[in-house]
Design a protein around this ligand. Sequence first.
Ligand code: TYM
Length: 332
Amino acid sequence: MAKEIVVSGIRPTGYLHLGNYFGAVRNYIRMQDEYDCYFFVADWHSLTTHPDTKSLQESVHRVIAENIACGLDTNKACFYVQSDIPEIAELYLYLNMMAYKGELERTPTFKDKVRQHPENVNAGLLTYPVLQAADILIHRALKVPVGKDQEQHLEMARNFAIRFNNWYGEVLPLPYAFNYGDSLTKILSLDGNGKMSKSANQMATIYLNDDDDMIRKKIMKAKTDNGPTEKGTPKPDYIQNLFSLLEITSRFDVITKFEDDYDDCTIRYGDLKKQLAEDMIAFIKPIREKANAIQNDKDYLSKVIKTGADKARASAAETLKLVRKAMSFNII
Ligand code: TYM
């Protein structure tokens, strides 16, 4: 039986951080054994906010190197660069004809970007979710492993697929945001202000490239409080975030100890942070070292990129054939 198709992408706008890892990459690694996976570096998307392309190639290489260092196996999953697949741009054009200005203007990520960069509200930014839909629909994917922040974009991709199918016939399956748990992941910034992100407070974001001292420094500065004084006090979200990170990186007995300390109101956040910092270092260090080695191996990287492009283009061309036929283009 044919495996279900999975697609997901990451913008090359900086080093990957724990949010990218736990919201996306961790699932890629698990899914590559069970699904027909297409993962990619969304370099066209990065142009919507980062028009300077001088260091783009280096950033693309970094994203690939970090994914492989995390355990992505390019013999199992197809890993490619978005701009190597011109078929995506053609599908983007068609989908743009069925995307309405009003719905695009209402997209929360668009409104955020307008607030942050009022001097650069370009059409690419407005149609960002359309390009994202094209990325997904070009392989007729069903599952899209992403973090919570992408939920809205996935809903829009579904809507565009529904619209296409209604107008031109059933061609595109309806994709949805996927996580192995029952909800999508959101890793918070260590200062407690919103989600961890490549562009927000860098001292509150842990990058997979941070060295040991930097990891210690950032975790020891993470926001905490005086601790609970009454049993049964729910954890504030910034404390829950530290526990979530502990769950991901620490041994079971360590997690249980701090959970128990929290429950009986004896928790010392200084101790928790020290433990978390050491466990996080043990988790990140091998990834950082492996990513650095891969990034320096340009021959290997270009082989990976070429192999990925060939496979992704073959899949994209098949979909585009169906799309064009449904739209009565090029029928000979
Ligand atoms: P990007 O590059 O911002 O993020 C890559 C992935 O990391 C997830 N993520 C998080 N998850 C949990 N907590 C966080 N703090 C956190 N920060 C980031 C994101 O949800 C994402 O899964 N628009 C996408 C790129 C994209 C794409 C696609 C994704 C382009 N086309 C098609 C899926 C399918 C983006 O900006 O991701």
